[in-house]
Design a protein around this ligand. Sequence first.
Ligand code: ADP
Ligand code: MG
Length: 378
Amino acid sequence: MRLELDAVSKRYGSATALDSVSLSVDDGEFFTLVGPSGCGKTTTLRCIAGFEAPTEGTVRFDGESMAGVAPESRGVGVVFQNYALFPHLSVGENVAYGLRFTDPPGGGSRDERVAELLDLVDLAGFEDRDPDSLSGGQQQRVALARALAPGPDLLLLDEPMSALDARLRDRLRRQVKRIQSELGVTTVYVTHDQSEALAVSDRVAVLNRGRVEQVGRPRELYHRPRTRFVAEFLGENNVLDAVVESRPETGGIRVGVGDAVFTLAEGRRVLGRGDPVSGERAESDGRDGDRPARPAPGDELTFCVRPEQLRVGAETNQIRGTVVDTEFQGATTRVRLDWGGTELVVAVEDGGEKSDAAFEVGTTLEVGFAPASAHIVE
Ligand code: ADP
Ligand code: MG
């Protein structure tokens, strides 16, 4: 099932929850909506499921407008944040509840379908248990089985892991991903957890204040964030405001940040806004009239460098900072540097048992970055 949102807005009185959201989700895709609390993720899902009607805009399933179509007629399975199982029904009865509007797909009996779904979510034989006797992760798997029982064309998951502890969350998200790809069901997954979004999704839409900031594959969003918001929301980043000094003959852009001068490569710039529906980037479409396509001396720009791209001993774009804090994380150590009042995060690959001696708080550390590892945002 192919899902489209075409300029969907939702207002509650004078408050705008969604502001012209356009998205398209391909058949069988695992698509994630990520963003901070209150950015409109749940509202988007509710508009897709039919629990809310958009104030403006259209939701389409396989090209057909869903305006006026009741939730139970949309062929959508929904899993909410809180388990929402019926405590007075057994696990099997909870799953069977998913079949209240339809016969089991495939022509078998209800009991067979319930057993099949419980098997799918690794809860075979749990039919007669009380929901209360299950762990949080097991309860969410029952909720998933219930949502999948009628064989929906579209699966919607609203922060299904948020009530679980970290280890369970990791496991459940792998199970959800496996089940999703086994069934090939088009899925819209909602989370505020950026690492979860990057880990499980085919594509991700980053929402901020009811608007789509960027759509793309996880690696694309991580390495080529379009805006400062995306650069800072997905993973750790060092975001610096700079002024263009010159464009040397040898290529690149020389920019000043305070007293320092850095060389940035041009190749990685996002020139156009890109297409928010497909997530494709336009190379240069000139639609953003307020920003020149080629920055000229005196222009302001913002660029970012990931912590793992700031390297100790690098020979270009050197930065000398004072270590203010270190965190050992196993494979890397996160070193926070004070660089003339600006805080920078450096991820240093762990070099074995004695390697942290150089990162003592108060010592000076020199790092640098390759021109091509800096990325300019809008
Ligand atoms: P998220 O799921 O990303 O945390 P929501 O979609 O729940 O965000 O909410 C988006 C915005 O819309 C918030 O500012 C929220 O307060 C507002 N909102 C959501 N539902 C309602 C409602 N029924 N009435 C008024 N405001 C609402
Ligand atoms: Mg929500």
